[in-house]
Design a protein around this ligand. Sequence first.
Ligand code: GLN
Length: 202
Amino acid sequence: MSADAPRIGVLALQGDVHEHVRMLTGLGATTSLVRRPADLAQVEGLVLPGGESSVIDKLARAFGMQRPIRDAIAAGMPVYGTCAGLILLADRVDGAIAGQETFGGLDVTVRRNAFGGQSESFETSLAVAGWDVPVHAAFIRAPLVTGLGPGATALATLPDGGVVAVEQGRLLATAFHPEVSGEHRFHERLLAHVREARVSAR
Ligand code: GLN
């Protein structure tokens, strides 16, 4: 690991934290678990893992993390959200539980559990804008992007046109889980956002 390796935090309140840590470490990032505002202050980029968005939201508020994460997003911190993490980045959520909030920042509407429950989980191959080799994507109680504001760009769609990967500035989100299928290009894109943020901060 080089001294200037990107320092990436994984929000570690609930969800598939360790799959992301393994992926990021494998890509040469210095990785840490983020549970407290002081942990967030140490990192240059953040992953919001898959899991249960309503639980992560509740714990984030209980741990005093909602405001710091919103502030970091507003300040331009690169963030990558997978599945529940996409929901947490969305400005608007259909099918949220009563009182569920998000960090927001991505000008999209997502529908939770858009493909049904665990038994409707599936894997498929997806073309991603600008990439030659398709992505092998695992969808697990996944959300769907049902509305895209002018600032957000669709990176990948299902054959029926449903949007499942989006980017807006340094915010990246996928409805699926590259960290479980060994697909590393989205995490690399997060690291590229971090390097670009370093350059523009100079
Ligand atoms: N259905 C979950 C939610 O609403 C997301 C599932 C996942 O992250 N694999 O948060």
